[in-house]
Design a binder for this molecule. Sequence first.
Ligand code: A3P
Length: 781
Amino acid sequence: MMLMCGRLRRLFRQLTLQTSLLLLFIFCMVSVLISAYFLYGVKRELEPAGVGGVGVPEEGTADWEDPRATPSPPSARVLPARTAKPADMSRTDPVVLVFVESLYSQLGQDIVAILESGRFRYQTEIAPGKGDMPTLTDKNRGRFTLVIYENILKYVNLDAWNRELLDKYCVEYGVGIIGFFKANENSLQSAQLKGFPLFLHSNLGLRDCSVNPKSPLLLITKAREVEHGPLPGDDWTVFQSNHTTYEPVLLARGRSTEASGAPGLLHAAVVQDLGLHDGIQRVLFGNNLNFWLHKLVLVDAVSFLTGKRLSLALERYILVDIDDIFVGKEGTRMKVSDVKALLETQNELRTHVPNFTFNLGFSGKFFHAGTDEEDLGDDLLLSYSKEFWWFPHMWSHMQPHLFHNQSVLAEQMLLNRKFAEISIFMTHLSNYGNDRLGLYTFKNLVKFIQMWTNLKLQTLPPVQLAQRYFQIFPEERDPIWQFDEPHLFHQTSEDTDTFFRSHPTAVWRSFVILGTTALYLFLGMHPDLTSNYPSKETFEEIQFFNGRNYHKGIDWYMEYFPLPSNTSSDFYFEKSANYFDSEVAARRAAALLPKAKIITILINPADRAYSWYQHQRAHDDPVAQKYTFHDVITAGRDMPIKLRVLQSRSLVPGLYATHLQRWLTHYHPSQILVLDGQMLRTEPALVMDKIQKFLGLTNTLNYHKILAFDPKKGFWCQLLDGGKTKCLGKSKGRRYPDMDVDSRIFLREYYHEHNIELSKLLYKMGQPLPSWLREELLHSR
Ligand code: A3P
């Protein structure tokens, strides 16, 4: 017994020494491993398979069961860690935030094209490497309803702070994320997506694609039999996981050339994260949008993740115009058999699209202008006239805008009309005669849509179709004037047309000021800057982009500017105070003048509100006469509507961050200059120096010499020859009592959040904060 105890003690002594050494060794190894892990994780975009602790399915086993064959019992998988919050639509704006790799990246443009085709609102941002996440909320309201990453790794590798910010936002507002993983030659063959129980295998070739019929996101996309054949490219990434949160959307088999796994295994090329892992729903694509099915699935993913908020109905209208059928040369026109085929195809299409009817455009003069055989085709078409819809062109196929003489135009139109009464029609015949590519295209298009989508095709005659179109997209009733589309030139008179064709730079070298008359006056003193002619109604302002004048068209706008031949100026400019806070001006201005420079001048929004109120009083506005400024700004919901309108006119334009943000969604920050209105009052020459620099004017004026302070007016004015001054009229720079203290305090509080937002925006734009803004921010501490 004693002997045994002695041995044990010795053993124990030896053991403690060995154990300590062993523990020390293990400790060192663990710390080396931990630091290596973090270093590796930060540096590399992905983790190699096996590091994350979630079991990697064995080599050679399928990633996913074939969902069309076997139902997958949810209990067989890991239990959900959490559930995704359903999107609360009332709490976010219906805008998609798209993080692109660069302004020109192809996938980014493809994503945007899909959003635009659905008329969905979006904001693109270059995916930040570090920091610089756009503001996600606006007064407890989410600014975005969905986030799309062109490169999902930019999301996965966000710095911890921004990642938490974005994830919290997504969870709180029920916002989903869509991401694309595009492998390149540096991508790891197999890796775990950092922080997710999801494995990626990259650079694979795939074939035989199928849609998972159980995928909850399917709307347009129809799950059907396998589409046999290879998928484009051999740089696919597929997703693999044991976690119930992942549901495959698109499945495909590996091609025999692939390195990982035996050929023929089912892989998920698009996977849906149901949000059971971290409360955020995601859809991940293992390639870009070059594969056509990805485009369909993206449309469905947008619809699903936004709770159908950004989604179009399944009904789609199709109308096929066949243009100029008789205008073609002999040998390219429709013969009897082509006309028969046209009618047969129409009948066949009617079995898929109720009442489908070809819409034929015609110019009567060219009827019977083919070979004998083709003229017989014309005759047959004529006998089928009631079977088709028709739309008349000019009799001799000239474009109406080319007619300068109205009576000749009317004569030509009448000729064709006579012809139409006996129902003779024309189409773009070359794809209906000869190769019949038109018929082939539409038959197969309709078949394809029925096979792969749940869309319900319908048709309507042109006018009804136009009405339906505007019912679906009411905002498009409003025209958008542009110069870059050649056919829109036709909407302008010849003068304007020539003006912009011969002087395209005149359009680019324009700028718009969103601010005060004083600036307008000072700019007009520069020989290289040409302002607009004054308007009878609105004086120096044209007020084109913000209001009803916009509907008067481009010609109307351009009449306010001299023709380039009459001026040697480099720049045209106009100023309208209402542009800055207008909901529509930025979009319209950017469509017409995408290269314009924008100058905005901001004073303290509290002073702006007060100035506006005083302006109204001076113009005998009865409401402004009746109520004090304090009454106006503090008016509650139950106050008279007129008072509330004056209140909103006083206060809303001062929400500068919101308005500036709107301009920033249409213009690049480098095109926008934000000036300090306070400085314009006290040191206008300095402000003018900044503007000349911003515009890149080579001929710089020394405003220090041509402006003078007028003590009588109390403002800076233009210095004329002989020492006199030319100041702004009586209505500018009026004298009125200072704002009362209570109103000042109220407004400081009212604008507090917005001023903070404005300072953030200006910081991001790299522009200095106006002095009044710095003061306000100091006060609010
Ligand atoms: P107040 O009249 O409230 O003082 P707008 O042209 O947009 O109506 O702006 C008029 C404001 O421009 C005036 O507001 C005035 O404060 C400001 N301002 C700045 N510089 C000026 C100047 N040199 N002459 C007159 N007003 C000037």
